[in-house]
Design a protein around this ligand. Structure first.
Ligand SMILES: NC(=O)c1ccc[n+]([C@@H]2O[C@H](COP(=O)([O-])OP(=O)(O)OC[C@H]3O[C@@H](n4cnc5c(N)ncnc54)[C@H](OP(=O)(O)O)[C@@H]3O)[C@@H](O)[C@H]2O)c1
Length: 259
């Protein structure tokens, strides 16, 4: 289900204080646009809001944690009652680092699932109901190319991104029938504070600005899956099709965050 950029007047973005979310906010900022920007760091979120206002957008910010279901529900319902939302990006997410003894710190693993899965549900669920009742709207769910295969070094991250990918894919058909477009976004490596800590080479690393432009184009064209850059996307698809034993051999030497 495609949409013209001019019809996307009101846009909600979680994780807008940094990286991809900030780039999406700047991309969409302009006269006639109303942006609701969500994040935890008030200083960084306000700086992004200021840059968007300078480009002519009307901006509201909300400081909070996407894992707080009641707060998300109350915020989104209040915002929607004043500005019916045309597009939401459930973008806020985190990755895990290694624990002292284990591949990943167990507390961080739980936190990754909370933010990357529960946080996305808390963002999307209140708006599904409202958008379906209005018969229009678009939902961008931030998954990852890491959601197509378990990569050594990032088990929780891959699993959380696979979960939201499948959740979004399953919503596409039923919500299309109600006039709501669902777009599962699966980027490869994007330059952001999340990836700047990675000490290994990241193939086809892309700027957050370019990634935001590709996401916007995919939504306008009505793509239910927006996956890029294509060489990494092709590589991941091949890996996902390999017999498991061969895939494990290929991945044996793949990099992880250092312990
Ligand atoms: N960078 C990549 O290569 C890449 C590739 C594929 C997918 N992604 C996905 O893209 C999304 C954005 O990542 P990024 O690279 O832009 O990372 P980032 O620069 O670290 O930004 C993450 C954003 O999420 C927010 N956030 C994290 N936990 C939150 C919580 N509990 N409640 C509310 N906000 C929270 C952060 O807010 P504060 O800073 O205010 O705390 C920040 O704005 C993530 O879902 C990530 O998994 C990234």
């Amino acid at each position: 289900m495609g949409v013209k950029a001019k019809d996307l007047k009101t846009i909600v973005i979680t994780g807008a204080s940094s990286g991809i979310g900030a780039a999406l906010a700047i991309h969409y900022a302009g006269p006639g646009r109303v942006l609701a920007l969500h994040g935890r760091d008030a200083g960084r979120l306000e700086a992004v809001a200021r840059a968007c206002r300078e480009k002519g957008a009307e901006v509201e910010i909300f400081i909070g944690d996407t894992t707080d279901r009641e707060a998300m529900q109350a915020w989104l319902a209040d915002f929607y009652s004043r500005h019916p939302v045309d597009l939401v990006f459930a973008n806020a997410g985190i990755s895990a680092g290694p624990g002292p003894l284990t591949l990943e710190d167990p507390a961080q693993v739980r936190r990754v699932f909370d933010v990357n899965l529960t946080g996305v549900l808390n963002t999307v669920e209140p708006l599904i109901v409202l958008m379906a009742a209005r018969g229009r709207g678009h939902i961008g769910i931030m998954s990852s190319l890491a959601g197509f295969r378990g990569f050594p070094g990032a088990p929780a991250y891959c699993a959380s991104k696979a979960a939201v990918r499948l959740y979004g894919e399953a919503l596409v058909g039923p919500l299309r029938a109600q006039g709501v477009g669902v777009h599962v976004i699966c980027p490869g490596f994007i330059k952001s504070p999340m990836t700047e800590k990675n000490p290994f080479p990241m193939p086809f690393l892309m700027s957050a600005e370019r990634a935001a432009a590709l996401m916007a184009r995919g939504i306008e064209r009505g793509r239910s899956r927006i996956a890029f850059p294509w060489p990494v996307w092709a590589g991941v698809r091949i890996l996902a099709c390999l017999p498991e034993g061969i895939a494990q051999m290929v991945l044996r030497k793949s990099p992880a965050k250092p312990r």
